[in-house]
Structure formats: structure tokens, C-alpha cells
Design a binder for this molecule. Structure first.
Ligand SMILES: Nc1ncnc2c1ncn2[C@@H]1O[C@H](COP(=O)(O)OP(=O)(O)OP(=O)(O)O)[C@@H](O)[C@H]1O
Ligand SMILES: [Mg+2]
Length: 326
């Protein structure tokens, strides 16, 4: 197992008088070739963490490394492609913008043009390649930001909300491409997003942060198993007749897909009741299994009360009257 990104007790404090700890002791290891979802409410510290990994800002404490190189050093920067939360463009065409970025990264002119064309084609933006990027819609800007992060063919992609402005088809398309970059090309991807039902389809691991602190880190499968709900799905080809009988085991309903969803207090007792019920009618039982919680439900669950998520901007701590140690 090769580690692509590692942060060790990464901490960032803003402000000298009113101190705000945006990121607090964040440690994580991201394996090469995986997609790592980075989630947390507004103001949790995601962008600040990302900026420390890309080397755009330095940590107050702790460290970040990219393939063993200290974040911010040229060796680390060269391996990273970064798509910012709000991409900005000069007044130039999408094509020129990409070529310009490739040239900054030391790519030869003819190679730079070829890469720009290939990437625009890959993202379905060829028809817009000569349009001024400043006039692009928010979604197109985001797609172009993603292409720019790929222009020097980096090993690590750091994508800050790459799908926030995209329509559902665009989100699906971009997330599928992100997954392919990891699975087919072995790139390592750290992606922050608020659109959890889509993110959960592509991530291998997640880190949830809140108010600068890590709340949870897990691979997605263990996470889903850990947070299995108290509901079971029973697949039966004879739904209406069985719905009545299964309702006696707990509150049950027929789902639009034809399966029965039932709330279960005691899983062991439930399983044995189902075996007994279908003992002489096994052909009508397709299967039964616990209903897994969505990443969004898990997120709400670990962060507690929804009201806690409102106004989540970090609180500042006044240091007036204290000796300033900075
Ligand atoms: N340059 C800065 N100076 C002062 N405070 C900052 C600065 N950058 C970020 N912060 C504060 O740090 C905290 C974390 O912000 P950050 O942008 O990292 O959150 P985020 O998780 O990316 O949120 P969002 O989901 O809204 O993008 C916030 O309270 C923010 O106001
Ligand atoms: Mg952010």
C-alpha cells in the first residue's frame, strides 16, 4: 500500500487578535489510486485543509505530504492537480487557458496544444474551445477548472467541490470520469462535495470533518455496515399477500420497486420469523437484507442535530489581553 497524501496533526489558525482554528489536528492517510471523499458542513475546514495540501497556504502546526514530499515544495506541487472551489480565469479562450497552464507546468508547446484538445474533447467542451472562458456558465467554468487540474497529467487530483454548479447529468458525467481516473489510471483523488448521494457512488474512503476536527474516517463499505439501519428489505414475488404477514413482525410498507421494507427491533428474531414464514414457499423469497443507510443519513447521524449545522462558521476566540505568541 503506497500512501499518496498524508497529513499529520495538520492545524491552521487564522487571525492574530481574534484567533480561529479552521483546521485542528487533522491526520489522514490517502492510499494511491483511491478516491477519498472529504465532507463536512459549510465552514468545517475542507478548503483550508485542501489549500495546505496544495501548498497555497502553510500550516500553523503539523504537516502535509504528497508522496513523501513536504506540501508546498516544488516536488510535491508537481504531482498535484488542483481544481479550486471557485475557478477564476483570465480573459482568454478555454483552449488558450489550458495551453497556458500546460506551458507553466513545463509542457512543450505542441504537446500542450494536443493535451488541451484531448481534454476539451474528453469533457465535451470542444465546441466552446475558442470562447472566452470568462463568459462561461458556472458549470462550464467548473468543468474547465477540472481540465486545468489535469493538464500536466498529475498523479494526485485535489478537487474542491468539482460538481457544485453542475446539472444532474453533468454531475454524473464528471463523477464517473473522476472514478475512471482513479480506477483506470491509478490517480489518487481527494474530492470535497456536499452532494453526498452522488459522492457515495465513487468514493473508496471518507473523512468527515466538523469545526476543524475529524469526526469520522472510514472506508465506505465498513461505514455502511457500521451504520446499517434498523430496517430490512424483503424481496418477495408475492408482495401484497406477504405484506400483511410481514407487518406483524414490525411496521412494514411496500416500496415502489416492489420490495417490502420493514422496521425490525430484534434482527435475530426477525430472521428466524422470515425463515419460518417462507419455509414452504422458498421460491417466493428473493432474499432479505438490512437496508444500508445513505452517506447523507450517516453524515446527519454523526453530526447530530440539523440545527447544529446551521451557522457553522467557526467561532473566533479573542486573544486580546493575552500575550500574543505569534
Ligand atoms: N483566509 C482566512 N482568514 C480568516 N478565516 C478564514 C480564512 N479562510 C477560511 N477561514 C475560516 O476558516 C473556517 C473554515 O473555512 P473553509 O473555507 O476551510 O470551510 P469549508 O469546509 O471549505 O466550507 P464550505 O463547505 O462552505 O466550502 C471558516 O470559519 C472560515 O471563515
Ligand atoms: Mg470550501
Amino acid at each position: 500500500m503506497e500512501i499518496a497524501i498524508e497529513t499529520t496533526e495538520l492545524t491552521k489558525t487564522f487571525g492574530l487578535v481574534k484567533r480561529l482554528t479552521a483546521v485542528n489536528n487533522l491526520s489522514m492517510k490517502i492510499e494511491k489510486g483511491t478516491v477519498h471523499g472529504f465532507i463536512g458542513p459549510n465552514g468545517a475546514g475542507k478548503t483550508t485543509t485542501i489549500k495546505m495540501i496544495t501548498g497555497a497556504i502553510s500550516p500553523t502546526n503539523g504537516s502535509a505530504q504528497v508522496f513523501g514530499e513536504e506540501a508546498g515544495k516544488n516536488e510535491a506541487k508537481a504531482r498535484i492537480g488542483y481544481s479550486p472551489e471557485h475557478p477564476n480565469f483570465y480573459s482568454q479562450s478555454a483552449f488558450d487557458f489550458l495551453v497556458y497552464n500546460a506551458r507553466i507546468c513545463g509542457v512543450e508547446p505542441s504537446e500542450a496544444k494536443e493535451r488541451a484538445n484531448n481534454l476539451l474533447d474528453w469533457m465535451g467542451l470542444t465546441d466552446f474551445k475558442n470562447r472566452n472562458a470568462r463568459g462561461f456558465s458556472a458549470g462550464m467554468k467548473q468543468k474547465l477548472g477540472l481540465l486545468q487540474s489535469l493538464i500536466h497529467d498529475p498523479d494526485v487530483l485535489i478537487l474542491d467541490e468539482p460538481t457544485a454548479n453542475l446539472d444532474p447529468i453533468g454531475r454524473f458525467d464528471v463523477l464517473t470520469k473522476i472514478k475512471d481516473l482513479a480506477k483506470k489510471e491509478g490517480k489518487t483523488i481527494l474530492v470535497s462535495s456536499h452532494i453526498l448521494d452522488e459522492l457515495e457512488k465513487v468514493v473508496d474512503h471518507v473523512t468527515i470533518i466538523n469545526k476543524g476536527h475529524t469526526v469520522l474516517q472510514s472506508d465506505i463499505h465498513s461505514l455502511k455496515n457500521k451504520f446499517a439501519s434498523n430496517k430490512y428489505i424483503v424481496e418477495t414475488a408475492n408482495n401484497p399477500a406477504y405484506l400483511k404477514r410481514i407487518s406483524k413482525l414490525g411496521p412494514a410498507k411496500l416500496n415502489p420497486d416492489g420490495n417490502i421494507e420493514v422496521e425490525v427491533k430484534n434482527p435475530e428474531r426477525f430472521k428466524s420469523a422470515i425463515f419460518t414464514m417462507f419455509k414452504n414457499d422458498t421460491k417466493n423469497l428473493g432474499g432479505f437484507y438490512p437496508l444500508k443507510m445513505s452517506l447523507e443519513n450517516i453524515f446527519m447521524n454523526v453530526l447530530g442535530d440539523k440545527s447544529d449545522l446551521k451557522n457553522n462558521e467557526q467561532k473566533t476566540v479573542s486573544t486580546l489581553g493575552e500575550k500574543n505568541d505569534k
